[in-house]
Design a protein around this ligand. Structure first.
Ligand SMILES: [Fe+2]
Ligand SMILES: [Zn+2]
Length: 417
């Protein structure tokens, strides 16, 4: 094998992938509904290939993504076709172009139909295609002034409708209150969360209902103040949503809740100190949860504080928890650069204008995006009873996307998103 030719070829592939991996362009910029609503483009067939704009669709991809019910299961949208039974030289034998559809007779004897939106979407840029996959919609960055217009919905006993609106708020602001939730019984809160998706089990349990004590060996269960942080930095896949409901607070005071928009603070940092932003976006940090007997949970790899989507270059997740931080993935004599950058982020998180404080009251459930919004609380006295739980990112996004974009759109772009 000619290793030099191979290395040249691989470098070419890496170059075209780099076009997609703009991981330094963050933070959030692409989440724009107007891009999604862009017009559907026309296609044509030239020299036996389907062409949309400057992009030519390889026949193998087109044949592999035939949408007919013998190639793709109608209900599950799973591929039934054996991809590798398609001849390598699969060709378009003949075609007809209808109103909004391309009909193809293939050289292997199969016939396929592709709609114009399907062909158009497949040839879009990586950024564009990521919009549906990630459920991107315009988001609103906020600071402490959100206090006067905090997104709030009312608890509904049964309907599904309010869940769509709650998730829409969470996608836009990173959090939503649900007022009027019964607080005499934690079951109402559990019912609300389960309407979004199943509640995630962790080593602490699933849906919880506790009164401050140290039974679970984590500072969250004490009465001390907690600085703004994200949960589950010790998991490879931190929980997507977290919910709290203060059911009662007796014989004491304090315990205000703190929320900080991590994306807003990251955006501020990317403008004011680009170098620090890039250090926090590239230096990986380890984390752990080891308070329970016989358990030491650590992610399968270390992650940076700011993680970006490789297709869009947009900020995707903030991981920040100083208590649970383990080692920094740098040679020991270089770790100061991380500390310097982290100190700057910490100072921005603690800026008065970035801190939104709210005294939660029984009946008001707080649900927030743990990949974006940091939470904390002030110390308190007395007895507090709190219930809540976690929901996985993939599960709440699934619910959100189906409600926001509709099954037809979401399922119609699986092959091209
Ligand atoms: Fe927490
Ligand atoms: Zn087919």
């Amino acid at each position: 094998m000619d290793m030099r030719a191979l290395s040249k070829e691989l470098k070419g592939i890496q170059r075209s992938q780099r076009g997609y991996a703009k991981i330094f362009r963050g933070p959030y910029g692409v989440c724009n509904g107007t891009i999604y609503k862009d017009r559907v483009r026309n296609f044509e067939v030239q020299d036996g290939k389907v062409v949309v704009g400057e992009r030519t669709i390889p026949n193998i991809w087109l044949r592999d993504n035939c949408q007919c019910s013998s190639c793709m299961h109608d209900a599950t949208k799973q591929r039934l076709l054996d991809t590798f039974s398609i001849p390598k030289d699969i060709a378009i034998k003949s075609h007809t172009i209808g109103q909004n559809v391309l009909k193809v007779e293939w050289s292997d004897g199969h016939s396929s139909e592709y709609t114009r939106p399907f062909l158009s979407h497949a040839t879009r840029s990586a950024e564009f295609r990521a919009i549906l996959r990630q459920g991107l919609t315009p988001i609103k960055l906020w600071d402490s002034s959100i206090a006067s217009e905090a997104p709030t919905e009312n608890y509904a006993q049964t309907s599904e409708g309010d869940v769509a609106q709650i998730l829409k708020n969470i996608r836009k602001y990173g959090f939503c209150y649900v007022d009027g939730t019964p607080f005499d019984d934690p079951a109402a809160t559990e019912f609300l969360l389960k309407r979004i998706a199943f509640i995630r089990e962790t080593h602490y349990g699933g849906f919880y209902d506790f009164t401050a004590d140290l039974a679970s060996k984590d500072t969250a269960y004490t009465n001390i103040a907690l600085e703004a942080h994200t949960d589950n930095t010790y998991f490879s896949d931190p929980a997507g949503l977290q919910a709290f409901h203060l059911l009662s607070h007796t014989d004491g005071e304090g315990g205000a809740s703190l929320l900080v928009d991590g994306f807003k603070v990251a955006e501020e940092m990317s403008r004011t100190d680009r170098k620090a932003y890039e250090i926090l976006s590239t230096v990986n940090v380890h984390a752990h949860a080891s308070g329970n007997e016989g358990i030491s949970i650590q992610p399968y790899r270390s992650f940076p504080v700011f993680e970006h989507d490789t297709a869009t270059g947009d900020l995707l997740r903030v991981r920040w928890n100083s208590s649970d931080r383990a080692s920094i993935e740098l040679p020991i004599d270089e770790v100061e650069i991380w500390y310097d950058a982290a100190r700057k982020f910490d100072a921005l998180l603690k800026k008065k204008e970035n801190e939104y404080w709210e005294q939660l009251t029984p009946g008001r459930v707080l649900i927030f995006d743990n990949w974006r919004v940091l939470h904390g609380r002030s110390k308190f006295t007395g007895k507090r009873r709190i219930c809540g739980g976690y929901i996985n990112r993939d599960d709440w996004m699934s619910k959100y996307k189906m409600a926001e974009f509709g099954p037809k759109t979401v399922l119609g772009t699986l092959a091209s998103s």
